[in-house]
Design a protein around this ligand. Structure first.
Ligand SMILES: Cc1cc2nc3c(=O)[nH]c(=O)nc-3n(C[C@H](O)[C@H](O)[C@H](O)COP(=O)(O)OP(=O)(O)OC[C@H]3O[C@@H](n4cnc5c(N)ncnc54)[C@H](O)[C@@H]3O)c2cc1C
Length: 368
């Protein structure tokens, strides 16, 4: 039973599909990835091809039963999951092994709420249209989502004023400093205004889950700033764990796991992805721990040795996604590795990602 079919739940299901009866439960009937915010906002068609993918597009999921439902609870002793379907009816699903992979909520681009494909499409298009209006955009935040958004917005709309406000002397504190040194040059070339040491005051009751406009105040006392569109990417992540018993969670609400990705005290229960408290960066999705997890799920009942997930100390990977000149992937040591545009389009995406990682994806045109 895979509870939450996002980036890491999907990959775990794909890995297990040949060896086990797999059921996946997810609030949406498609992968709605949290990756590559900047590309999603500026080039939604292109983003959707790989990051908004109905489950029936994945060949490996032909063997997996997917259920669109919101998880509401789990009976760990009785080994059943409780969930609610879109028509309001309750479902209970028994399991032998359970994977908790419900991720986190973060801004308007990562929600856990039930949504139809049409609603997901409408939200993505509305955010793009909103940013396309007006002449100035302010991006607030110091993580990869904020840097990705600022770079892509400035590249897409060179005539707009794009400013990035971040709370420390540099953004990307969880990456190696070289990553920002490199990306800073690109942002300056793109004309992005960089504003270090700006911590925004969040309006009372505002969940940072919408694009706003007007004035933003700073807790450091700097003069307020304003823009036609304000994008809040301040890392207010909330784990999607309301459906789980409290004793599975750490003090911040993430699922406690051992290095083998097991939930201590509950045989057959595992967690992966942004919801799993594997390490301070909760990095098991990006570092492809689905391989370790699939091995352990199959090995545990047979008493075979389990494998451990070993997290790197720093974030790595792509920050601003695929650009007209290719894609840059930053190593944990901060050095960029650039794959030019042609091999990105002709080799990396079709062969390594769609064929290799996802084991075959049928043609996908989710935005019509
Ligand atoms: C192959 C790969 C490459 C990556 N590359 C990068 C990179 O280059 N740079 C980088 O910074 N990061 C990268 N990442 C990491 C990525 O940004 C996130 O860490 C990842 O999206 C988190 O995945 P997740 O499965 O934990 O959560 P999500 O993808 O958010 O999945 C959670 C799922 O659970 C569902 N859900 C939640 N609550 C409920 C409920 N109550 N009932 C039913 N369903 C529910 C949600 O709707 C969602 O579908 C990568 C990840 C992968 C897998």
């Amino acid at each position: 039973m895979i509870a939450g079919l996002g980036d890491s739940g999907l990959l775990t299901a794909i890995r297990l599909a040949r060896s086990a009866d797999v059921v996946g439960i997810s609030a949406q009937p498609a992968l709605v990835s949290g990756q590559e915010l900047g590309v999603r906002l500026t080039r939604p068609q292109e983003w959707a091809r790989d990051y908004l993918v109905p489950f029936d597009r994945y060949r490996a999921l032909d063997r997996v039963r997917t259920v669109q439902a919101t998880l509401t609870g789990v009976d760990l002793a009785g080994r059943v999951i409780h969930a609610r379907q879109p028509d309001g009816s309750e479902v209970t699903e028994p399991y032998d092994s359970l994977v908790i992979s419900t991720g986190v909520r973060n801004g308007f681009w990562r929600r856990a709420a039930m949504a139809s494909p049409a609603q997901v499409r409408a939200e993505i298009t509305a955010a793009h249209d909103r940013l396309a209006e007006g002449t100035s955009i302010m991006v607030i935040g110091g993580g990869a989502a904020a840097v990705s958004a600022a770079a892509n917005l400035a590249a897409q709309w060179p005539d707009k004023r794009v400013d990035l406000y971040f709370p420390h002397d540099r953004p990307l504190l969880e990456h190696h400093p070289r990553t920002w040194e490199h990306l800073q040059r690109r942002l300056i070339r793109l004309g992005v205004g960089l504003h270090p040491d700006h911590r925004a005051e969040v309006p009372d009751g505002f969940e940072c889950d919408a694009i706003t406009d007007g004035e933003v105040r700073w807790s450091g006392g700097q003069p307020p700033a304003r823009a036609d569109a304000v994008l809040w990417a301040i890392g207010r992540v909330r784990p999607n764990t309301e459906w789980l018993p409290r004793d599975l969670l750490d003090q911040d609400g993430f699922v406690v796991v051992t290095p083998e990705l097991r939930v201590p005290g509950y045989r057959g229960v595992f967690a992966i992805g942004d919801v799993a408290a594997t390490d301070p960066l909760r990095s098991s999705a990006r570092n492809r721990a689905d391989g370790v997890l699939a091995h352990n799920i199959l090995a545990e009942p047979d008493g075979r040795p389990l494998r451990s997930y070993r997290p790197p100390r720093r974030r790595w990977g792509s920050v601003i996604g695929i650009q007209p000149d290719g894609v840059e992937v930053f190593a944990p040591g901060g050095r960029p590795f650039r794959i030019p545009a042609w091999p990105t389009r002709r080799v990396l995406m079709p062969w390594i990602v769609r064929r290799g990682i996802y084991r075959g994806v049928r043609t996908n045109q989710p935005l019509g």
